[in-house]
Design a protein around this ligand. Structure first.
Ligand SMILES: Nc1ncnc2c1ncn2[C@@H]1O[C@H](COP(=O)(O)OP(=O)(O)OP(=O)(O)O)[C@@H](O)[C@H]1O
Length: 276
């Protein structure tokens, strides 16, 4: 049974004139409405994630990936800017319409998010361990000893030196901060984690180690994930299925191996050729 299902996700920045969606997208070759200037960050985006599956979302900068990630991670609710339907197995109704408390509960318990920018995902003045503990406390854990034990386990699993647990996160290297973010996202054993550009700001050798670490944990714990990246290599390494975005629309979707080896859409072909 599908774990996470999203239908017709849409985010439009600006006072939409009503023609924005039909005047933008892949065929129109732009994401900005020529009539009113609104930016259609994403529209008509539908996807599903099976339990334990990794879905990749790839596309160039500005193609709408983070906008989709924000909606999937329940960072936003339906408002004048956004629309769509997000459902999680075992939960009632469209979660974009859910009240604040329900979304907060799901964000602390069932859906983890690794933000693109460290500053959005971590409080750098807190200790590294405190950043992970905060998530457990928000989810209702009250026993200090259990919280510390859990943080220690997550540090070990994400390969952060446990003896740095009580140091401020701002004293960590970029790779360690990214690992803390992943440890935090996984702290409460969520059903699904959304990783938005997990390699941003890391040099290549650190990127590879962080991705290998995530892949190992993802497989061991069988947690589902949505991995958003402009980097085909990241998606190729992690994702079972891949969705390609351009100008706020999905232009191709399929098994990652198929998309990489036999891309159907001209844009996907260009993306792949630019890497080879
Ligand atoms: N707050 C905002 N106000 C206006 N436009 C925005 C806002 N946030 C994003 N956009 C625009 O929406 C479009 C999609 O942005 P989004 O961040 O979702 O793309 P992306 O594929 O994740 O790119 P990147 O990897 O560079 O973040 C872009 O054209 C962007 O400029």
């Amino acid at each position: 049974m599908t774990l996470l299902e999203a239908t017709d996700l849409r985010t439009v920045y600006g006072d939409s004139c009503g023609e924005c969606v039909e005047r933008t997208g892949d065929e129109a070759g732009r994401n900005q409405c020529p009539v009113c200037g609104s930016v259609v960050a994403c529209a008509d985006v539908s996807l599903d994630v099976e339990p334990g599956e990794v879905l990749g979302i790839v596309g160039e900068s500005g193609s709408g990936k983070s906008s989709v990630a924000e909606l999937l991670a329940l960072e936003r609710n339906a408002d004048a800017t956004t629309a769509g339907d997000v459902r999680l197995r075992g939960q009632d109704g469209n979660l974009l319409d859910a009240d604040y408390e329900t979304r907060h509960r799901l964000r602390t318990g069932e859906i983890g998010l690794v933000h693109q920018h460290i500053r959005d995902g971590l409080n750098l003045e807190f200790t590294g361990g405190g950043n992970v503990a905060e998530k457990l406390l928000a989810a209702g854990e009250r026993n200090f000893g259990d919280v510390r034990e859990r943080v220690r386990d997550r540090f070990a699993e994400t390969e952060i030196p446990v003896d740095r647990m009580d140091d401020p996160a701002e004293t960590y290297s970029g790779g360690m901060q990214r690992r803390v973010q992943i440890a935090r996202a996984l702290a409460t054993d969520p059903e699904v984690v959304v990783l938005d550009e997990p390699t941003t700001g890391l040099d290549v050798s650190v990127q590879a180690r962080v991705l290998d670490m995530f892949r190992r944990i993802q497989r061991e714990e069988d947690v589902a994930a949505v991995v958003v990246s402009h980097d085909l290599g990241v998606v190729r390494l992690l994702a079972d299925r891949t969705l390609v975005m351009r100008h706020g629309r999905v232009v191709e979707t399929g098994l990652t191996d198929r998309v990489m080896e036999d891309p159907h859409h001209e844009y996907t072909q260009t993306l792949i050729n630019s890497v080879i």
